[in-house]
Design a protein. Structure first.
Length: 402
């Protein structure tokens, strides 16, 4: 069958992914509208731009900001600003009718120029622009400089991410966590039977997207820890909830090879509605994340709000809200960050290698002690409600009006 790709598009796809990403960031940075000075003063209205129609971490972050503002009585509106989603041009004039409404753009810094170009120069020029950016290493990627001339300030959900972003815009980076406490996860009514899980097994859930970097999410460590902790015990079940598996066949094969056909390890690859994903979390007994790095840690944070005990690497953003009082932090050693996809292949960057032995002990202890799981889950919810209130977001929005 003949290819439907335009010859130039076909040529573009011949470049390595990392090189395509750099070329796109640099090219659009030259063309994109720049932030105007003196800094425009915004009014009380806010526009949230992002991948609102996409099932991605970036998309969920933008939706959380929008729902959080609306829940607090802020006049907020959303606009599709993702580069992979269809855009309804006819509605943009209405969304951007108020020239003083601030635009909070929840896309990665390298894609910010392209997103602004897509929204249209007439809609963004002269407007207060905020880049809501999340980075997962202590050292920023050079590609992220591309978005700096396009924004007046940066918001980010964690101090870990803020420290990395600070050199980009000294004095203009604010920590604004997602307001999860006022827009908590709402699970559907699905139970264990709906997911095919046995009622008498302790279920350990690992949930992640392959699009978010296989090496950073480190799911092989989770499989290794589970197998060392429980072998092939039928009353212990590891559920790997994986998004994006259709696009990363090689990564899926690595996971299957690590599982080695164990009957107590299952892969859930369906694209489920978010309420069903939350129901899966609520039905699990333990949530496990042996990540090498997180810029926020949405899965652990939402699991805590659902009163699940969380075992997680004690480094990067999750260490800011998950402590031994409300979860089980896992010790680690810092190693040079190595990412085959190139996204996190940044000179001098380090990330964490979780201690598998520590994770094994945590899994065994919690699996054998339902009371401990319940106590940690209750403490986790209290801690998450304290950490993710709406005040930082409301204060940041108020500051745009001065």
């Amino acid at each position: 069958m003949a290819s439907s790709l335009h010859p130039l598009h076909h040529l573009w796809r011949q470049f390595p992914v990392a090189q395509r990403r750099r070329l796109l960031a640099r090219g659009t940075a030259l063309l994109a509208p720049k932030a105007t000075y003196p800094v425009p003063v915004a009014d009380e209205n806010v526009i949230i731009g992002g991948e609102l129609g996409r099932g991605s971490g970036l998309g969920e972050g933008a939706r959380l900001l929008l729902r959080g503002l609306l829940s607090q009585g802020i006049n907020a509106e959303g606009v599709e600003a993702g580069l992979l989603q269809a855009q309804v041009k006819a509605g943009l004039d209405s969304v951007f009718a108020d020239p003083r409404a601030a635009l909070v753009l929840h896309v990665n810094a390298p894609q910010t120029p392209a997103a602004l170009l897509r929204l249209g120069r007439k809609h963004v020029q002269g407007r207060r622009i905020v880049g809501y950016w999340v980075w997962e290493l202590p050292v920023i990627s050079p590609e992220w400089h591309a978005g700096v001339p396009c924004v007046h300030e940066i918001w980010t959900p964690s101090h870990f991410s803020a420290c990395a972003l600070a050199p980009l815009m000294p004095g203009r980076v604010k920590v604004v966590p997602y307001p999860l406490a006022c827009v908590p996860p709402q699970p559907s009514a699905l139970d264990r039977q709906a997911f095919g899980w046995p009622d008498d097994a302790v279920v350990v859930l690992v949930s992640f997207s392959l699009a978010s970097s296989f090496e950073r999410k480190n799911p092989l460590a989770a499989i290794a820890a589970f197998r060392q902790a429980f072998g092939e015990r039928r009353d212990r079940l590891l559920v790997m909830k994986i998004s994006g598996s259709a696009h990363y066949a090689a990564d899926m094969q690595r996971l299957k090879d690590a599982a080695a056909g164990a009957a107590n390890i299952c892969f859930e690859n369906r694209m489920l509605p978010m309420p069903d994903v939350y129901a899966m979390t609520r039905q699990a007994d333990i949530v496990l994340s042996l990540h090498r790095s997180e810029g926020f840690g949405l899965v652990p944070a939402e699991a805590m709000l659902l009163e699940r005990p969380v075992i997680a690497t004690d480094w990067s953003a999750t260490a800011e809200f998950l402590t031994s009082d409300c979860g089980w932090p896992i010790s680690y050693k810092l190693v040079t960050a190595a990412d085959k996809r190139g996204v996190y292949q940044v000179p001098h960057a380090m990330w964490a290698e979780a201690d598998i032995g520590c994770a094994v002990k945590a899994l065994q202890t919690l699996a054998d002690n339902a009371d401990k799981r319940r106590q940690l889950g209750q403490a986790a919810k209290r801690a998450a409600l304290r950490a993710f209130g709406p005040e930082p977001l409301l204060n940041a929005v108020a500051a745009l009006q001065t």
